[in-house]
Design a protein around this ligand. Structure first.
Ligand code: ZN
Length: 135
């Protein structure tokens, strides 16, 4: 795996959270994007080379809605950049990590993603993400 690609933070109200993070980081939100398959709307910030993703649920059965219900707002996942997501998924699965999807799926910000269950990583939801190419 390469560097941490972003931190994902679950919020109840994206509009309020964007204002708060714009003040906190001194940076404007550069993009918002809805990911229908995950039932989320996301907002992205950059600080230096780091990236923060805010996530708000768009429906009650969204993983973000369930997360906030049980744990409240806060850090939801840590995402790592990978060069070859399928190879990484195979490797981690063989090593006993529990993947939440069998195939990479479309994530926000032009990425293919796969999540790893927090029960197999010491309590942290991990996201693998690979930049989509145009081929
Ligand atoms: Zn993410």
């Amino acid at each position: 795996m390469n560097k941490i690609e972003h931190l994902g933070i679950a919020v109840k109200n994206l509009t309020e959270a964007i204002s708060k993070y714009e003040l906190l980081l001194g940076q404007p939100c550069y993009k918002t994007e809805q990911v229908e398959s995950e039932g989320v709307i996301t907002a992205f910030f950059k600080t230096g080379t780091n990236k923060i993703e805010l996530l708000q649920a768009t429906r009650p059965d969204s993983p973000i809605a369930k997360f906030i219900e049980s744990r409240g707002e806060g850090i939801h996942h840590v995402a790592f950049d990978v060069d070859d997501i399928k190879a990484e998924m195979r490797k981690l699965s063989n090593e006993g990590f529990r993947l939440l999807n069998d195939e990479p799926k479309d994530g926000a910000d032009n990425k293919l993603v796969c999540f790893i269950h927090p029960k197999s990583t010491g309590g942290v939801l991990i996201e693998l993400c690979q930049e989509k190419t145009l081929d």
